[in-house]
Design a protein around this ligand. Structure first.
Ligand SMILES: NC(=O)c1ccc[n+]([C@@H]2O[C@H](COP(=O)([O-])OP(=O)(O)OC[C@H]3O[C@@H](n4cnc5c(N)ncnc54)[C@H](OP(=O)(O)O)[C@@H]3O)[C@@H](O)[C@H]2O)c1
Length: 428
């Protein structure tokens, strides 16, 4: 093969080393598919003496980004250092100098993707970011290409492996959140500082990216309603099971009259394909007016799966370089659509109240709910435990603001000791 395309790799940590390995291991097949031999010409690291997870010839290592940008033979820059700064500055410089860029950086794409895409379009080059959502699972490219003929009405995903692992173990072992989190940290499935995962921020970055593409409208991270899994108890998981649901942290984007974007724990009916996505696996369920429904499932993180998505993007970028066809797929946010306020969103709810075991208490509660247009689909009332009993209710669809107004009154009833849980329910 005559043609060679040189790649500059920024960062050689978990994903960077996976990308390096795949480009070496599958070099012949990748060259055939790209129409050019792909060579990593330079690798940016923080410290050239640090030990890497792969063997990189020392003359390829640099701790100076300028060495990469000034190497005129490099045509594709791959950003895998993570975080917003200096990743954003590096990517903008690469795009402005006419290089195509591949990144896995969800935080950066969620916060500044629009600017990066516009810059790429102005320069007639590409920016691809398949690995930023769902790790190894293809979702960005299917949304932009294979499903482009659809009007997407619903995109719902389990897009954070750490929280899915925790919820799966809580369900399988009947364990409490804090115990499972500690075990997940021990096993390396949760970071030492797990805040971004368990509070739902990581999932929100990914939702901002896929919802913007699905609904053709820029979704700001600040427009997303975010609730993590720290309040989920083993009691809720058991009651959910009794009602034929699983509890999953879902990133939900819907379009009807406006866009709904929210990340929160959700009761998912056991027959829903997302209910059976367990452990660290991810899945994204998409509904479109032509496809009906489709689900993408697989490993949402990890060195080689994430590397697989990055290398797929590198091959696409290389093909475009090879055929001088860069800039084919650019920003698809054609309109600015309204994001619906959370209090206006319609949903069913699971409610767990701790109430005094007095006659008529259920009637008082359902009466207050009825006054606010909240009707009940099912009720579980268990026997006496100490002086209070749990009362579990599942509502029909209700406007969130109406339910909250009813709950404020319910919480002030003398028979009600606590509104212990309030979890949204997704129907199927
Ligand atoms: N890991 C996954 O499974 C996964 C999945 C999907 C997406 N991603 C995304 O992929 C990106 C990389 O993640 P990762 O897991 O590979 O992270 P990582 O293991 O921490 O690797 C990042 C590497 O970049 C280095 N680095 C940071 N700033 C640098 C700079 N200014 N110059 C040179 N090197 C620098 C880091 O060095 P130090 O360690 O010395 O700071 C580290 O070696 C992130 O955007 C992440 O969100 C990761």
């Amino acid at each position: 093969m005559e043609k060679e395309i040189k790649v500059g790799l920024l960062g050689c940590g978990t994903v960077g080393s996976g990308v390096y390995k795949i480009l070496e291991q599958n070099a012949t097949s990748i060259a055939n598919k790209s129409g050019a031999k792909l060579t990593v010409a330079k690798v940016l690291v923080k410290d050239k003496s640090e030990e890497l997870l792969v063997d990189v010839a020392s003359d390829k290592l640099t701790d100076d980004f300028e060495e990469i940008i000034n190497d005129q033979e490099i045509e594709i820059v791959v950003e895998l250092i993570g975080g917003v700064h200096p990743a954003k500055e590096f990517i903008l410089e690469a795009l402005k100098s006419g290089r195509s860029v591949v990144t896995a950086n969800k935080e950066l794409v969620a916060k500044h993707g629009h600017e990066l895409l516009i810059t790429a379009r102005e320069m007639g080059v590409d920016i691809y970011f398949e690995a930023s959502v769902g790790g190894g699972i293809p979702i960005i490219s299917p949304l932009k290409e294979d499903l482009a003929g659809n009007k997407i009405t619903n995109i719902m995903g389990i897009v954070n492996g750490t929280t899915n692992y925790i919820l799966t173990k809580m369900e399988q072992e009947g364990a409490e959140f804090s115990d499972v989190l500690a075990k997940a940290q021990e096993l390396g499935y949760a970071e030492a500082n797990p805040t971004s995962d368990i509070e739902g921020h990581d999932a929100a970055y990914k939702l901002a990216i896929v919802a913007s593409i699905a609904f053709e409208s820029k979704v700001d991270i600040d427009d997303i309603y975010i609730e993590g899994i720290t309040g989920i108890t083993k009691e809720d998981i058991l009651y959910a099971q009794e009602l034929d649901y699983k509890i999953k942290l879902l990133a939900i984007g819907k379009e009807d009259n406006g866009i709904e974007v929210r990340v929160h724990p959700t009761l998912v009916p056991i027959e829903h394909p997302l209910a059976n996505v367990n452990d660290v696996f991810n899945a994204i369920f998409v509904e479109g007016n032509a496809i009906n429904e489709v689900m993408f499932y697989g490993p949402g993180a990890g060195q080689m799966p994430t590397g697989s998505a990055v290398v797929g993007d590198i091959i696409t970028a290389a093909r475009n370089v090879n055929f001088s066809a860069q800039g084919r797929i650019s920003c698809t946010c054609f309109e600015q659509k309204e994001v619906i306020a959370q209090k206006e969103v319609m949903s069913s709810f699971y409610l767990r109240l701790e109430v005094l075991d007095n006659p008529g208490v259920l009637g008082k509660i359902t009466g207050l709910l009825g006054e606010h247009q909240v009707s009940i689909e099912s009720v579980i009332q268990k026997g006496r435990s100490n002086d209070t009993v749990p009362l579990v209710l599942v509502t029909h669809q209700v406007k969130e603001g109406d339910l909250n107004a009813a709950l404020e009154k319910i919480a002030s009833l003398s028979d009600v000791k606590e509104v212990a849980s309030l979890i949204r329910v997704e129907e199927y």
